[in-house]
Ligand binder design. Sequence first.
Ligand SMILES: [Zn+2]
Length: 65
Amino acid sequence: MKRIQCGQLVPGCTFKAQAETDEDVLLMEARHAREAHGIEVTPRFIDRAKTRITEVNPEGQQARG
Ligand SMILES: [Zn+2]
């Protein structure tokens, strides 16, 4: 699972996007940035966003067997 926190790109924002792939999480962040912040989503913005992606594990799930 991938996660991006918008606050790392736009200080003060609490939006978080989570998705299975880097690509999906970037798409979600790009859409949010445009709609919520009026940011023009440039390749440069995407590059910055890419560096903020973190890997997360699903919570509360334990491997069995
Ligand atoms: Zn935001």
